[in-house]
Design a protein around this ligand. Sequence first.
Ligand code: SF4
Length: 221
Amino acid sequence: MKIVVKMEMVNDKKFNEIVSILENKYKNVGYYLNFKTPIDLLVAAILSPQTRDTTINKLTPKLFENYHTAADYAHADKAELLSYISSVTFANPKAERIIEACRIVDEKYGGRVPDEKEDLLKLPGIGEKTAVTILINAYGKVEGIPVDTWVIKLSERIGLADSKNPDKIEEELKSKIDKKYWHNFAYILKEHGKELCGSIPHCSKCPLNGICPKNGVTKSL
Ligand code: SF4
């Protein structure tokens, strides 16, 4: 039988203290997928769901060597494109999304990845999190906080947000975190999750021990 303990939200003072400690500990952390151009980033981001970053970063050098522009992808032979991305999960639908998204970018936006969120959201394979990610990392436009599974999991566990809904979490975080931290906050939480606060939290080694409510953790009986 599983009991999920109701999470406890930290107050504003603790919230800022937590953000500041995490910012300080992970100050050199940044976006984790390698890319040189907005079209590289668009493609890497479409490949990313349910696939390890290391897998994406391992395959993209060869991929980017052979495909440079939206038109290159739009006119790609799907079997050939698949030969570069076969190590990702759901490679076939992702190849189709890449080709279609790049066709739209090529035909509708003259080959330039759009820099408006509403335009990005119309591309296949691009949801809210990815659109915000592209705007931040390709164009330096910080309009939100990308909410991925790490942000969902840790925001609840640490008491930073009172929801499992990505949109509500983003709004809650945005209302409390200084905008200067938005661009990196998701990557900081991800790093914290990987280093200390994964499925088995290492609380005794964690700089948040003593502040973090450690609630929201599922306990098995
Ligand atoms: S490792 Fe423990 S103390 Fe640190 S954030 Fe995770 S649950 Fe909280």
